[in-house]
Design a protein around this ligand. Structure first.
Ligand code: FEO
Length: 176
């Protein structure tokens, strides 16, 4: 595997784990604010992000490349409102999307077909993640940040199941 792609895939493991940390922090904040549904949604999202990190991790292993774990740098622990939390979520997902597109360009530049194929899943996933976060943000803005509307949205967010993520290969490169 090209050394620059290896380095940037390692960086992406860090960014996906930082995504998990960010959503765990938002979940903890939401729980303290009695927004239990939002807390559940964020915990489910955090688990998904760990799955994203593991997909990159497993792809590196299956290519015989080096996994280098790094320190995580998420420090924010408080938000003024659910709207602000989802503004940050949208901003963060837009950043992750730009990273995925950067990785696709890199894989194309170095004619790395396995990496490009691997990244296809993430291209689709980011469309979904941005759309979901934008929809929730729009709903929250519509109802304002207190009262009955917020309670309704919180209930809706709370039905998201907390499930273990799909990690992608390995088991020696088998599977999806
Ligand atoms: Fe792994 Fe939410 O991007």
């Amino acid at each position: 595997m090209n050394k620059l792609i290896e380095k940037e895939f390692n960086q992406q493991i860090k960014l996906e784990m930082e995504s998990a940390y960010l959503y765990m922090a938002m979940g903890a904040w939401a729980k303290a604010e009695n927004l239990d549904g939002l807390a559940t949604w964020m915990q489910a999202q955090a688990l998904e992000e760990m799955g994203h990190a593991m997909r990159f991790h497993n792809h590196l292993l299956d290519r015989g490349a080096q996994v280098r774990l790094q320190n995580l740098g998420i420090e924010k622990i408080k938000w003024r409102s659910a709207v602000e939390a989802f503004q940050d979520t949208v901003k963060h997902e837009e950043f992750i999307t730009s990273r995925i597109h950067f990785l696709v360009d890199l894989a194309n530049k170095h004619k790395d077909s396995p990496a490009r194929n691997f990244l296809e899943w993430f291209v689709k996933e980011q469309v979904e993640e941005e759309a979901t976060a934008n929809k929730i943000l729009a709903d929250l803005r519509r109802v304002g940040d207190s009262g009955h509307g917020l309670l309704m949205i919180d209930r809706e967010l709370g039905v998201r199941p907390i499930a273990l993520p799909v990690l992608g290969p390995t088991e020696a490169g088998a599977g999806a």
